[in-house]
Design a protein around this ligand. Sequence first.
Ligand code: XIL
Length: 322
Amino acid sequence: LPVASLRAVAPFPVGAAVSISLLKNNAAYRRVMTTEYSSVTAENAMKFGALHPGATTYNWTDADYLVSFASQNNLRVHGHTLLWYNSLPGWVTTFQGDSAAWENLMRTHIQTVVGHFKGQVQGWDVVNEAIDDAGGLRTASLWRQHLGDRYIDRAFAYAHAADPAALLFYNDYGHEYSEARRLGILRLVNDLKARGVPIHGIGLQLHTSSNISDARIATAITSAAATGLRVHVAELDISMNPAKAATATFTAALAAAQKVKYKALAQTYKALPAAQRYGLTTWNVGDADSWKRNDCRCPEWPLPFDDTYQRKPAYDGLVEGL
Ligand code: XIL
């Protein structure tokens, strides 16, 4: 029997990262968002460069559109992301100033953005991708270069002060394929917790693929939960062309294998204590709008909906696991 929707089946919020222009202009895309999901993340519209394109210029148009769409359609909004080394506007990358001026820049951005959406965004990815492949702090981050290792503590404190009710997350990738990354991220998060930094959750991006075992994915999820914090599967997609072959076809066998992986992941996540299940979010909605197609410049089908926003076997796998 066909199920009503992901949101009807899941015992926790199920979300997708969305493009504002598709939401406005593609009826099938919009219908999937309003009928299937219970949470939404802006794919790009809440990033630094999108919201704060000039030193004293903020552009709220797209993000406000998303927040009002969410409230009209009973969707929870997850905020992504306050501080990232990437997606910074030119005025930040060329900013000249001492550490006090950089601190002021960081604080002003966080307070203005979190304050603007106060009460409307349930959780924020406060810091995104601060850990490098060796498990240490990423040296290529302008924030760390100008503000030192403890910028992360202060970013969380500023966000907490601006909206004490918002749930604050550290978000990163690679837990499922790199032990150095997984352990480095856990070390950082446990350290923040131990020092009383207001952190409430850990986001696992989980841009994963067919060649990563279900056991590794399970370890990523359960070891994050062992911190005691909420766990957000924040950017899920399962690549079915990990070799990035220039020509490839999405066969029935690949679709079936993808279904099994979505199911295993959903089962693992569902087994966490209810209080730790912030939700499961896919990165994009249908295969046609997946960032992976640009990222790998190759054929990809990583999502639960196909190019025309019809349910795939991956969707059924997700439902079976929920
Ligand atoms: C990606 C978007 O999907 C792209 O449209 C954009 O060009 C670059 O960023 N990890 C993250 C997301 O935390 O913000 C990234 O989103 C994907 C990887």
